[in-house]
Design a protein around this ligand. Structure first.
Ligand code: HEC
Ligand code: HEC
Length: 358
């Protein structure tokens, strides 16, 4: 079975763990059926560099769901709402206070700080249009579901009552006009607020980086060291078993050794699936050099710390992901991996905060 097919299978399994046994049986039957023995078929063909590069090519368009399609007016309204501290009970904190574009849409802190200290690190908003489920443990079923079941109403985060927010927005002529432009019924409602925020968030896509120019054929776009780092990333270090696709995530959930105790991650939703204990969402690696610290708990201060964590091989326990094991990287190899990760940093692009209606 070619490598990419295996990783697509895994992606599916980690999203829907109950299908795993069916796939294993089917895969064994398939191998036996085609080659006569499981052992014969076990050695995968090595992918060529061109095939590897193709696994990471940028998509041409951003996906928007049929029940919340893109419109310019809706994205504009969503941008206003994202930046507006009117969304918080105290009137001092906006989504952008924590998801700050200047800090790669996060906050530079180990853990988020709302009205109270949060238990998790603020994730970036980059490339979340492609994420099938949201949150470090995947408990939000859609981007639309995040705003009100997550930050806005949570007393520990923005602490705003939906009715009060709707009243406050309805009292501002500029907002009434923006809702009228975005929605046929002109109404200021919870659903419209959530849809507009989600539409704006889907427009937050990482820009082209030196890595993209390299896979497009410019051999000088990245250094020889970074190319060696890419070979390690897709080879000895095994990173692309999970960080695959143009955004460098298979959108799966794995235990890589960042959590202990009752910080059980996705097992909160799937308590009986061994591999989902201490499993968290694979983050995008686009622009990753811009947003230390790292991981769901902000536990790794630098990219060098991240590489050391993988080199140690996580924590040996039943939930540990299959691809996490001691890597025995040399100091040179660690530096090469970091040089490669740096090539995912896009060209700087200033983001201005919009003028808010008042
Ligand atoms: C006080 C800081 C803070 C504020 C304010 C805040 N967030 Fe977040 N956000 C977080 C943290 C922390 C998480 C991770 C939650 C988790 O999964 O444990 C998060 C997660 C998310 C996610 C999921 C991202 C992913 O990769 O899965 C989305 C989407 C999101 N926030 C959107 C918003 C929107 C929209 C607002 C404004 C209405 C907002 N946030 C306000 C800190 C904040
Ligand atoms: C088994 C799947 C898997 C493999 C293999 C893997 N990762 Fe990860 N990676 C993850 C998960 C899951 C997280 C988030 C864990 C958490 O938040 O606790 C993560 C987080 C990261 C982060 C932090 C990103 C952020 O925004 O916080 C970086 C950087 C990273 N990985 C790089 C690598 C590199 C380099 C390799 C190879 C040495 C690698 N990963 C191998 C699954 C994997």
């Amino acid at each position: 079975m070619p490598k990419i097919h295996q990783s697509r299978l895994r992606r599916w399994v980690s999203r829907a763990p109950w299908v795993a046994p069916i796939i294993v049986v089917a895969a064994v039957l398939l191998r036996v059926g085609v080659s006569g023995s499981v052992a014969d078929a076990a050695a995968p063909a090595q992918p060529t560099l061109a095939e590897l590069k193709a696994d990471f090519a940028r998509p041409k368009t951003t996906p928007f769901p049929a029940d919340d399609p893109y419109s310019k007016a809706k994205a504009h309204l969503g941008e206003l709402l994202f930046w507006d501290p009117i969304l918080s009970g105290s009137g001092t904190q906006s989504c952008a206070s924590c998801h700050n574009p200047g800090l790669s849409w996060t906050d530079g802190l180990r853990l988020g700080v709302g009205t109270q200290a949060m238990k998790t690190h603020t994730p970036t908003m980059l490339n979340i249009a492609w994420a099938p489920v949201l949150g470090w443990d995947g408990h939000f079923p859609s981007l639309e579901a995040v705003a009100f079941s997550g930050p806005i109403t949570n007393p520990g985060i923005m602490n705003r009552k939906p009715d009060d927010l709707i009243k406050a927005l309805s009292a501002i002529p500029g907002y009434r006009a923006a809702f009228a432009a975005a929605f046929a019924d002109h109404a200021v409602t919870e659903t419209h607020i959530a849809d507009a925020l989600a539409t704006f968030e889907r427009t937050i896509v990482s820009g082209p980086a030196p890595f993209d120019r390299w896979i497009d054929g410019d051999e000088n776009a990245i250094s020889a060291q970074a190319k060696h780092g890419f070979a390690l990333f897709t080879g000895k270090a095994g990173c692309s078993n999970c960080h695959i696709g143009w955004a460098f995530t298979d959108e799966g959930f794995y235990d890589i050794g960042t959590a202990t105790g009752d910080d059980i991650g996705r097992a909160r939703l799937f308590p009986n699936t061994v591999k989902l204990k201490y499993a968290f969402k694979v983050p995008t690696l686009r622009d990753v050099a811009r947003r230390a610290p790292y991981m769901h708990n902000g536990s790794e201060a630098t990219l060098a710390d991240v590489i050391d964590l993988y080199d140690r091989g996580g924590i040996d326990r039943p939930s540990r992901a299959d691809f996490i094991k001691p890597l025995h990287l040399t100091a040179q190899e660690k530096a090469d991996l970091i040089a490669f990760l740096d090539t995912l940093t896009s060209d700087p692009k200033p983001t201005d905060s919009p003028v808010l209606p008042r």
